[in-house]
Each structure stands twice: as C-alpha cells, then as structure tokens.
Ligand binder design. Sequence first.
Ligand SMILES: NC(=O)C1=CN([C@@H]2O[C@H](COP(=O)(O)OP(=O)(O)OC[C@H]3O[C@@H](n4cnc5c(N)ncnc54)[C@H](O)[C@@H]3O)[C@@H](O)[C@H]2O)C=CC1
Ligand SMILES: O=C(O)[C@H]1O[C@H](OP(=O)(O)OP(=O)(O)OC[C@H]2O[C@@H](n3ccc(=O)[nH]c3=O)[C@H](O)[C@@H]2O)[C@H](O)[C@@H](O)[C@@H]1O
Length: 436
Amino acid sequence: MKIAVVGTGYVGLVTGTCFAETGNQVTCVDINAEKVQQMQAGKIPIYEPGLDDLFQRNTQEGRLHFTTSLKEGIDGAKVIFLALPTPPGADGSADLKYILQVANDLGPILSDYTVIIDKSTVPVGTSDKVRAAIAKNATVEFDVVSNPEFLREGVAVEDFMKPDRVVIGTQSDRAKDLMSRLYAPLVRQGNPIIFMDERSAELTKYAANAFLATKITFMNEIANLCELVGANVDEVRKGIGTDSRIGKRFLFAGIGYGGSCFPKDVQALAKTSAENDYEFKILDSVMQVNESQKTKLIPHLAKHFKGDLAGKKIAMWGLAFKPYTDDIREAPSLYNIDALLELGATVSAYDPEAMEHVKQLMGDKITFTKTPYEALEGADALLIVTEWPQFRTPDFDRMDSLLKNKVIFDGRNLYELNQMQELGYTYYSIGRQTIH
Ligand SMILES: NC(=O)C1=CN([C@@H]2O[C@H](COP(=O)(O)OP(=O)(O)OC[C@H]3O[C@@H](n4cnc5c(N)ncnc54)[C@H](O)[C@@H]3O)[C@@H](O)[C@H]2O)C=CC1
Ligand SMILES: O=C(O)[C@H]1O[C@H](OP(=O)(O)OP(=O)(O)OC[C@H]2O[C@@H](n3ccc(=O)[nH]c3=O)[C@H](O)[C@@H]2O)[C@H](O)[C@@H](O)[C@@H]1O
C-alpha cells in the first residue's frame, strides 16, 4: 500500500519506518528542510535502539522516502498519517494549529478517496475539526480516522511492531477495511485491533497516559509514606505488583515522571475536563505531586550539607528523562540542575546520549564529562537521576577514590540497601530508609 506520513518526529519516523518494513511504500513529509535533507542522506535524526537498522534497510531497498512537499508526499497515497506536534498551548490545552494547518492544506490536493489518520495525541472532537477543515476544499471522498499511538521512546520499534493493541476510531467500513489490511502484519501475534468511534479512541489515548502517570504518582506517594513509617517501597511494590489486578509494570517510585507526553497529556486531559465543567480532581493531585517529586532529593542534599550547598560540587549521573533516549523534554534532571545552581552548587554531569541537548539548553552553566567516573572527580556527592544500565553496577572502589565524600543521592533506587551499608556509603534513595 502507498502511505504518506506527515511529520517525522518520534512517532512519524517510527510509523513510517515500521510500515515500510512491513512492505509498504512510504513517503514521509516534514517542513523542516534540514531534517529532510539529513534523512535523504541516510542519517536518522533521533536516537532510538533498533530504528537505524530498519531505516537503512528500507531507504536502501527503496520503500522509504522523504520530502518537504506535502503534494508530492501524498501523491497516490491511500492513507495519510498525521504525526504532528500537539504541544500545550498557553492554557494547557493541546495546540491543534499544526494538525489543522495540514488538514486545510490537504483539502484541495486530495485526488482520490483517502483515509486521513490522526496519529498525534489530540483532544476529543479533533477528528470532527480535521474532517471539517479538509471538507472545506475537498473534491473527493475521504475518511478521518483516530489511531492513537502508544509507543514508548527507547523501545518504540518493539512497541510499534508488536503492539499490545491497536485502537482505531472510525465508523466507516471502507476505512476499517483499509486499516485492518495495513495493521494485519503487526497484530498477527494475537493482539487485537479494537475498533470504536473517533471520540472514544481520542479519549482512550489520554486515559491511558493519565492512568499510567497516576499509577507512578500513587507509588511515589506510597514511597514518601514508606520513608516516614520505616517501610521499603521496593518490597511494597513486589507485594502489590504480584496481584494480577494491579500488575508489575509502571510501579517504580522515583523522582517523578517526565518526557514529552505524560506531563502535557495529563495537563491537556485536565483542561478538557474543565472545559466540560468537570473537575478531574485526581489529575490535579497527580500534577501537583509530580512537580514536588522531581526535586524531592534536594532538601535531603541541603540538609546533609548543613543547609549550605554553596561551592559544593555535585556529580549528576543521567540527564535524559529516562534511559535509552536522548530526549530531555520535562526531564527531572533539568529541575534538579536549576535547584542546585540556585543554591550555589556546581554540577558536573554525565549521560550516555543526552549531553548534547542539555549543552544546547544550558551552555556552560554546568560541566559535562566523557565518562561517569570523570564526573565524580572531586565531587562532594553523587546524584543519580536516570537509571541507565551502566550506572547499576559501577566500580565502587573507583568511585571511592574519586568522590570527596562517600555519599549518594539516588533518585532511581539502583542499589540494594545492604550493599551500600557494607560499602560504607551514606545513601539516600526513594521510599527507603537512609543508610548512614
Ligand atoms: N514522542 C512519543 O513518544 C509519542 C508522541 N505521541 C504524540 O504524537 C505526536 C507527535 O509527537 P512527536 O513525534 O514526539 O513530535 P515531534 O515534535 O518530535 O515532531 C513533529 C514533527 O512534525 C514536523 N512538522 C511540524 N509542522 C509540520 C507541517 N506542517 N508539515 C510537516 N511536518 C511538520 C516537525 O518539523 C517535526 O519534525 C504528538 O501529538 C505526541 O503527543 C504519541 C505517542 C508517543
Ligand atoms: O504518549 C506518549 O508519548 C507515550 O508516553 C509514554 O511513553 P514515554 O514518555 O516514552 O516513556 P515512559 O516509559 O512511559 O516513561 C515516562 C516517565 O515515567 C517515568 N516512570 C515510568 C515507569 C515507572 O514505573 N516509574 C517512572 O517514574 C519514567 O522515568 C519517565 O520519566 C507511554 O508509556 C507511552 O505508552 C505513550 O505512547
């Protein structure tokens, strides 16, 4: 099938590449000419494990193409995916200007029946707006379908190629048939395509993200309580996660959720609720708790150094909002850096993938090192922000020789308490007792 994908951010690029991998002819369209040139030259603009191999194979075998021209990109396409940004507007609601602009542009250039698919995360009712914007100038029949994306950065290819489910919002049999054929190779593992109306599909996406953000936040609050009552959140997690009604995943307490999606989508769902005169109280609490959770270790740090962090050098391990990505959008690291600098500390940071992005944002406000150990040289303490696997089993002897003090503030609970006790560290973590 011939497919067009408009927008080559995370979702567009993964969608385009994976559908090329299942044998389709895919053209990706982006207004960013530099990015398009880069992709035409065989360079992929994001770091995502496994994506580069698929990208190279499909471009070299002639199934994956790039252009800045919408008209050229959709020529002959039976389906057009819109994978455009939906950033928060000034009031917290999702800004639809990118989607509606492209919908306006599509109307006059559609030349045959086409299915236009919203892959972006969009508020309830957007498919009606997209339909109306296209219809203004369209001369052919078309359908608008909501097909939210559930991939996670870092494991995006796996999530896309073996989805738990595919949600498709449409009431058109013609669109259903096309979508079923397109997704058949991906759902052959037995995981379902769930058809529903457009509004339910749109809300499903926000409900999923808000539920997961709430699940994490609930565990962060349990962790805060654990610290006060002398319990261990990791034991509590195992204790409840084994209940199949609760499930083991997304129960890891830490220094808050970040990324380009949970924060913006929780906020947008709260906004949709407010617009419909409904006060979604849980969401307000989730946002509030997450905000303070991100810098939860800073007061411990300040207290440890007797309220005076001025001139203290803090080593930071991890900058990306989570491992296996270079994405720093809403990353807890940024909030911690700001808080530390505000208190007069200096920061030397290491991250395997995300340092370049932080450098662009912060310039020389902090220092960046080539290895995690170099960040420790002469540091007064280590603050762990992202759970990259290489931080899990470090050379503690080498760490001892580099750190000024044997003290670790761990926002991701990487180490066992008894191990830290045996090694003689002062060890602060989340939802567990402090080791002195
Ligand atoms: N990043 C993620 O992990 C996930 C994102 N989503 C949702 O998918 C949507 C897209 O997200 P990302 O891929 O992260 O976006 P992004 O912001 O990384 O990339 C969007 C791309 O669209 C391009 N673009 C903007 N206007 C354009 C136009 N008029 N024509 C062609 N291209 C245009 C930009 O140049 C950019 O390359 C958002 O609604 C997001 O909430 C959904 C699931 C996962
Ligand atoms: O809509 C989206 O864009 C995507 O948002 C999330 O994916 P992503 O933001 O890539 O990352 P997650 O793995 O969900 O992690 C989000 C944040 O939650 C934190 N987290 C996650 C799990 C956990 O147990 N504890 C925890 O603190 C992570 O550290 C990270 O900061 C969802 O998991 C995807 O299903 C969804 O498609």
